[in-house]
Design a protein around this ligand. Structure first.
Ligand code: ACO
Length: 388
């Protein structure tokens, strides 16, 4: 067999497992500064967007429309999104049929797929039509995830209330009661900081599918599937389960010792890009403390901080720090949300990031088609089946 260096490859690129550092395209959407622990959407830091008071709608508008809206534009965008929040009866029926027996991300993936089947303009691929679908999906993800949470608990699906903001209505549709102002504000922050994050695995999956010029629903279905994985969005569920498994701050040392012996990666730590503290975890840390203590779950926060100290002392030198999924579960748990719904909550705002990435790339679309290095045989002799 010819040596690797003698084989012909198209293009001249380095081979790095997991495509680490590989560049797909130029984007003005978000900048993940992994060395300094900063996250910027279209020039604005997530800290400013969280503090600004414009809510998730402001961030979604910024991502999808490309610029920060003025008051009039934001009001119009918010009203438009609220009008789009209702979901078709067929989607409610699907959720009612399957949500109890499967992971909520599977139900969400299927619901997106059904929305595509119900859309007569599904296959019209252009920026205008994809923007229409993007706005619908951005509005409807909240309604679908809330409906999934309700059905899983045996409760009836609630229709949207367009008089409420996106985050407040999301919480109301999920829990059945209008949230207090602070809870709605924190959900707004959660949706803002999860809305976009560069060329992560789910965005890459959605963009790869969309680069074939298939319909947007198919691309988003792929994004939902990728986000579900425990190395990506699924880590927030695993993190809370870890805290609950440890159960007591006094047991953190022995748990960590055992996890090291078993070479288990601690959920909620590490990131492909951040080699400093994830800025999203920095925002969530004090809120996790506030919400855990307010609801009698202070021990979960104490476990988290003790485990963080141990992991950072041990692995901080390798750039391993808490990521966005470390504290979010404590907050959602304090809000009374089921653990299985944590990853779908991640999808509720990320839909805007996925769609904005796809809309940005569409006018300059080129099919994503990387290559692999073939290391198999080249000249095997074919033996007829009866002689093998
Ligand atoms: N716990 C313990 N050690 C870890 C962890 C962890 N969570 N993460 C990385 N390390 C170690 C690795 O074992 C490796 O050690 P080595 O140099 O001795 O081999 C070193 O740190 C470098 O880590 P990589 O595996 O190369 O990091 P990679 O970029 O491939 O993976 C990932 C990043 C998948 C996020 C990883 O850190 C991980 O599995 N974390 C736990 C799951 C998680 O929290 N995922 C959510 C990420 S945020 C998001 O997607 C929204």
């Amino acid at each position: 067999m010819p040596e690797l260096k003698e084989r012909k490859f198209v293009g001249k690129v380095d081979f790095i497992k997991g495509l680490e550092g590989a560049i797909t395209h130029e984007s003005t959407l978000s900048y993940v500064d992994g060395q300094n622990g900063k996250l910027i959407y279209r020039g604005y830091s997530i800290d400013d967007l969280c503090r600004g008071g414009g809510g998730y709608e402001e961030t979604a508008c910024l991502l999808l429309n490309g610029k920060l809206p003025n008051r009039r534009e934001l009001d119009a965008f918010s009203a438009d999104l609220a009008k789009r929040r209702a979901i078709p009866k067929e989607v409610k029926d699907l959720i009612t049929l399957v949500a109890k027996g499967t992971h909520p991300m599977n139900t969400l993936r299927s619901a997106v797929s059904l929305l595509g089947c119900l859309d007569p303009k599904e296959f019209e691929v252009n920026v205008e039509n994809d923007m229409r679908i993007s706005l619908n999906l951005t509005a409807r993800f909240a309604t679908m995830v809330a409906a999934i949470a309700r059905v899983r608990k045996g409760e009836p699906i609630l229709d949207p209330d367009p008089s409420l903001g996106h985050s407040a209505d999301f919480l109301r549709m999920m829990t059945g009661k209008k949230p207090d102002a602070r809870t709605a504000e924190v959900m707004d922050m959660a949706l803002i900081i999860h809305a976009e994050h560069g060329m992560n695995a789910s965005t890459f999956s959605a963009m790869t599918v969309n680069s074939t010029l298939t319909d947007l629903y198919s691309s988003i279905t792929a994004g939902v599937g990728a986000l579900k994985g425990p190395l990506h969005g699924g880590a927030n569920e695993q993190t809370l389960r870890t805290f609950l498994e440890i159960g007591d701050p006094a047991k953190v040392d022995s748990w960590f010792k055992a996890s090291k012996e078993k070479k288990i990666k601690v959920p909620g730590f590490g990131h492909r890009v951040y080699k400093a503290y994830d800025p999203r975890a920095r925002i969530f840390d004090p809120i996790a403390k506030e919400f855990a203590e307010r609801t009698g779950h202070g021990h979960l926060y104490q476990i988290a901080k003790k485990l963080e100290a141990l992991v950072v002392a041990d692995l901080g030198g390798k750039g391993i720090f808490p990521n966005v999924d470390y504290f979010s579960g404590i907050i959602y748990n304090a809000m009374g949300i089921d653990t299985a719904i944590f990853t779908p909550i991640f999808a509720v705002p990320r839909i805007a990031g996925w769609c904005a990435s796809i809309l940005e790339y569409l006018p300059e679309n080129r099919l994503f088609r990387p290559t692999s290095i073939y290391v198999g045989d080249l000249e095997s002799e074919y033996v007829p089946i009866e002689k093998r």
